[in-house]
Design a protein around this ligand. Structure first.
Ligand code: 6R9
Length: 663
């Protein structure tokens, strides 16, 4: 008995969240008045559409593609030479034209496209007409800067409307944008700019965060010391930082805009013309440049947005993600604008000046659809309901989450405290690689259960399979795969087809491997159980543990490092680094903070280990592989605090563990 109690108290938070998910049986039907007005209003309608799309996926996608403007129609819907896809091949279009110009030719010309709010409460509204004018002008600026179709352009800015303008203008002239999250370090910029060989960097002078300003231009200056491909830098004045402008290389955004004409004819490009590269973490050290192309991405980003968020013309939609991540690309910029929606854009922290900032924004701007991350929801729960209840949230009609599994407790809080039990929740599963949402409830149709992204969207064939590729039985845990190509799938890893083939297509024959573990329940609902590779989700941001390890061992004091994650109530996961120091550095009291800052400089503050533990040596298998499972267990169950002299002695720990098992 005593032993049992001891064992159960050692159950990790991870196991607890899995078992709570396994026993989750609650089911919530869409409110009838929501369904009545929804684009898809019943499960029967969903099942019918799903079956039709499964029967003839190409016909299904072709039907959707027809609702966009194409300068020339495609010759074929899909050409598939596994694992390389060409969607709508032979067709030409321009995604910026579809997202902006089309609306300007309609009554939406004077509709708000972007409502922007800064941290100090500054506000701007850009109508579709104004957005069109600014994007056209900036497209002319890009041309003046010598940018040609296919050239890569890096963008490093905070969440200001000009970020969306820069992205759209690149697409307009056929340039390939690479947005780099403004929290990344100079080193991370150098790495991305060199991998994509970007010709131009567009940045802001600075950005605001929790009342402080970050000098982005200074970081770019540091990054471009070592980037031979960069010819010029365009700098947008936002925070009035004291910046140094290099003669002939750096130009002010406002000076160039002053020279540019209002009118710009978009470049209609091939459907398979590259649209953007977005770097994401993988299970090995170097970030992967995920390449998306124009036509297929446009079709799925727009269509998934329309149905998952059930968008209507009077909605005010707010996605809290940064444009530096895929969620910001597909569901802040492209998806909503392709649908002519009004978007809210906020530059600042969720708890500035206080923990009610989000709810204050919802109330003042009468937000109807809110799309955010479980990590934010968990932080709000901890801050306390009183920050929420003092605001009127009655404008909200639909809630969404993305980025990591949402634990049932957080789901229920979102449902009751924010949604007042009247807003459906769409828990949307997807990845940088998938370009758009693949698994999600349709809010007017799908009964939801807390903790599951439910069923795949029509046209998407997902499955949970065993190691040999055979389908798992209901509730049997396995690997999440996608069995048929879809239009917004990544086309490759930029410049590295081999890595593309190995990472996604070598594990299972003719199936795309997501890297996620999952199970499918008796209703066919997909429950994501987290990554099965060395990728971890920290506050909804995707990080490779090996990336952090590489950064640590790059420090002169470090002999070896292993980074694992531990479940964390707020961040989802926390990073724990086990570090073996070179002999001469042992006992250096300052090193813990030095190493954390070093990782921050190498990758960015989001990658800072939460805890650094010193280890005499790392536990390894006979073949020399670090025993990460053991480290994960240690990281979850036993917090070793103390000064630099506290060393993990794995020999001793191993012995202790063995004794315990024998007991
Ligand atoms: C969109 C995005 C992708 C990874 C993915 C999975 C996790 C995303 C999720 C989810 C459970 C959800 N993930 N959405 N897990 N439920 N609704 O986040 O892209 O940054 O590339 O991360 O995030 O593990 O494989 P990305």
């Amino acid at each position: 008995m005593a032993k049992e109690r001891k064992k159960s108290s050692q159950k990790t938070a991870d196991q607890e969240s899995i078992s709570s998910v396994l026993s989750e049986k609650r089911k919530f039907s869409p409110p009838p008045d929501f369904s009545e007005k929804a684009h898809i209003s019943s499960m029967e309608e969903y099942e019918k559409l799903y079956a039709e799309a499964a029967e003839d996926p190409e016909q299904y996608w072709e039907g959707i593609a027809e609702s966009f403007y194409w300068d020339k129609k495609w010759d074929s819907v899909l050409e598939w030479e596994s694992p390389y896809a060409k969607w709508f091949n032979g067709g030409t279009t321009n995604i910026c034209y579809n997202a902006v110009d089309r609306h300007v030719k309609s009554w939406r010309k004077n509709k708000a496209a972007i409502i922007w709010e800064g941290e100090e409460g500054e506000q701007r509204v850009l109508t579709y007409g104004e957005l069109h004018r600014q994007v056209s002008k900036f497209a002319n600026v890009l041309k003046i800067a010598g940018i040609k179709p296919g050239d890569r352009v890096a963008i490093y800015m905070g969440m200001v409307p000009e970020l969306a303008i820069a992205v759209l203008a690149c697409a307009r002239v056929g340039a390939v944008h690479n947005v780099i999250f403004a929290g990344f370090s100079a080193h991370a910029i150098t790495e991305r700019v060199n991998d994509s060989r970007a010709k131009l960097i567009i940045c802001a002078d600075g950005t605001k965060r929790r009342g402080k300003t970050i000098n982005l231009k200074g970081i770019v200056d540091e990054a471009i010391v070592d980037t031979p491909s960069v010819r010029s830098v365009i700098v947008l004045k936002v925070t009035n930082e004291d910046v140094h402008m290099h003669d002939g290389m750096d130009h002010w955004w406002h000076d160039l805009m002053g020279l540019a004409l209002d009118h710009n004819d978009p470049d209609f490009v091939d459907a398979e013309h590259p649209l953007f590269i977005l770097y994401t973490s993988g299970s090995t050290g170097k970030p992967k440049g995920i390449l998306h192309t124009t036509g297929g991405y446009m079709v799925h980003a727009a269509n998934s947005f329309k149905y998952v968020f059930d968008i209507k013309d009077d909605d005010i939609y707010w996605c809290t993600a940064d444009v530096g991540w895929i969620t910001g690309h597909s569901y802040l910029v492209y998806g909503p604008l392709l649908n002519g929606a009004t978007i809210m854009m906020y530059e600042g922290a969720p708890n500035y000046p206080q923990w009610d900032r989000f709810w204050d924004i919802v109330n003042r701007h009468k937000i109807t659809i809110l799309y955010t991350a479980p990590t934010a929801i968990r932080a709000f729960i901890r801050a306390g309901d009183e920050w929420v209840t003092k605001h009127d949230l009655s404008s909200l009609r639909l809630l969404g989450t993305v980025g990591e599994p949402i634990n049932p407790k957080a789901w229920m809080w979102y449902h009751t405290v924010i949604g007042k039990e009247k807003c459906p929740i769409v828990d949307t599963w997807w990845q940088t690689e998938t370009g758009g949402i693949l698994v999600s409830p349709l809010p007017g149709a799908t009964p939801t259960k807390p903790g599951t992204a439910t069923r795949p969207l029509p046209g998407i064939m997902v499955d949970v399979v065993r190691k040999d590729g055979s389908s798992c039985k209901p509730n049997e845990g396995g690997y999440l795969v996608i069995k048929k190509p879809w239009p917004s799938m990544l086309r490759t890893i930029y410049g590295d087809n081999k890595r593309y083939e190995e990472t996604y297509w070598s594990e299972f024959k003719d199936m795309y491997f997501t890297g996620d573990g999952a199970r499918k329940d008796e209703d066919g609902y997909i429950w994501i159980m987290g990554r099965v590779d060395d990728v971890v989700n920290v506050s909804g941001h995707r990080l490779g543990t090996s990336e952090v390890e590489s950064a640590l061992v790059a420090h002169e004091a470090v002999a070896e490092a292993a980074v694992v994650s531990r479940p964390d109530e707020i961040k989802g996961n926390a990073l724990i680094a086990f570090v073996t120091l070179k002999d001469e550095y042992e006992g250096d009291m300052k090193l813990r903070e030095d190493l954390r800052n070093h990782v921050s400089r190498e990758i960015g503050p989001i990658a800072k280990p939460d805890e650094i533990r010193w280890a005499k040596g790392l536990p390894k298998t006979r073949s020399g592989k670090i025993m990460r499972r053991l480290l994960r267990e240690l990281a979850s169950t036993k917090e070793i605090k103390g000064d630099v002299t506290t060393l993990e002695d794995f020999g001793v720990l191993e012995q202790l563990r063995e004794q315990e098992e024998e007991d």
